[in-house]
Design a protein around this ligand. Structure first.
Ligand SMILES: Cc1cc2nc3c(=O)[nH]c(=O)nc-3n(C[C@H](O)[C@H](O)[C@H](O)COP(=O)(O)O)c2cc1C
Length: 330
């Protein structure tokens, strides 16, 4: 059996499963593994230090898969300015066909993407932003509920409500994002009106994710209670792993008066998280992004095993468990 949806049709993929952009994790290795397993893998543009590095990474991905894959372009304020126009040009020149945008509206790049025949999936955390994405010509949206790793926004609406709210207003296909890690989540997302799922955290705990084994094992050992919401005081909330550094950040944010980002900066440095945690494997010595779905992570499979297991689980829920509950009314 197979599950065919508007997302599998739109993206030309076998299974309605997308791997969301992940800073320092979304390299060609992971993206190719997800695409080879029948999902859509996504390379994270800004993990590549320069636009020229991104061009090389796209080619490296192409050498590992002949299936479709995409590129994530995260449009967030940064301390050092990012040459976004150059990254966009590389994406176009390298013939990428799907882009996941996030952070803010991709409006200024839509004309260029459309002209190049690139399908834009905009990832956002509210119905209003999803409708805006539809109105500017995005091909699909990823709707990130409050459960998600990374930036859940400030509305705090979990997917059980957010997805059906968005589905009843949108015409374009929608991916459910945040809190999904198995076939139960996939079947539920489809029932709530989504056309597929986007996953981040679950893909970090796979064989092919380019992070230290300690990080993967920490995810297996942790539960849905092990995340923290930092930067609430700055209205730029981020869901991360609740370790010692996260607790220090929360303690500073909890002090009286306005939080000064300068006090947090040494603790939350992206470089520190990437080097000390993701590469060297000290899961307590920096901030790292993780979602509630850790409560559903029990192993470290290959992407192929993970995706095929999710598909057969979702198929059997739909074909057996749910349809078995239907009775002819008397
Ligand atoms: C380690 C990690 C890094 C992430 N980095 C980014 C990023 O750079 N840009 C982005 O748009 N989303 C990023 N995300 C969010 C994911 O793309 C996805 O939206 C989110 O993880 C979905 O929630 P889930 O983790 O519950 O599956 C990241 C997530 C993780 C786990």
């Amino acid at each position: 059996m197979m599950i065919k949806t508007r997302i599998t049709e739109l993206l030309g993929i076998e299974h309605p499963i997308v791997q969301g952009g992940m800073m320092a994790v979304g390299t060609a290795d992971l993206a190719a593994a997800v695409s080879n397993a029948g999902g859509l893998g996504i390379i994270t543009a800004l993990t590549q230090v320069t636009p020229a590095d991104l061009a090389k990474e796209i080619r490296r991905c192409r050498s590992m898969t002949n299936k479709p894959f995409g590129v994530n372009l995260t449009l967030l304020p940064t301390i050092n300015p990012v040459p976004y126009d150059e990254y966009v040009q590389v994406i176009i020149d390298e013939g990428v066909k799907v882009v996941e945008t996030a952070g803010r509206s991709p409006e200024q790049y839509m004309a260029a993407f459309n002209e190049a025949g690139i399908k834009v999936i905009h990832k956002c955390t509210s119905v209003r932003h999803a409708l805006k994405a539809e109105s500017i010509g995005c091909a699909a949206v990823s709707v990130d509920g409050f459960e998600c790793a990374g930036h859940p926004g400030e509305d705090d609406v979990p997917n059980m409500v957010l997805l059906p709210c968005a589905a009843s207003k949108l015409n374009i296909p929608m991916l459910a994002s945040g809190g999904i890690g198995d076939g139960r989540g996939l079947a539920a997302a489809l029932a709530l009106g989504a056309d597929g799922v986007n996953m981040g955290t679950r893909f970090v705990a796979t064989v092919e994710a380019p992070v230290h084994d300690n990080v993967k094992q920490k995810m297996v050992d942790s539960t849905e209670l092990d995340t923290a919401l930092i930067f609430r005081s700055l209205k730029n909330t981020a869901r991360i792993f609740r370790n010692q550094v996260a607790k220090e950040v929360l303690e500073i944010e909890g002090r009286d008066g306005q939080t000064d980002f300068a006090d947090l900066q040494p603790l939350v440095s992206g470089v520190r998280g990437r080097e000390r945690v993701l590469q060297e494997g000290d899961t307590d010595d920096g901030v790292w992004t993780a979602g509630l779905v850790m409560g559903l992570i029990y192993d470290i499979p290959s992407c192929e095993v993970l995706i095929s297991r999710m598909m057969s689980e979702a198929e059997s829920i739909i074909a057996q468990r749910l349809s078995g509950m239907l009775l002819e009314s008397a």
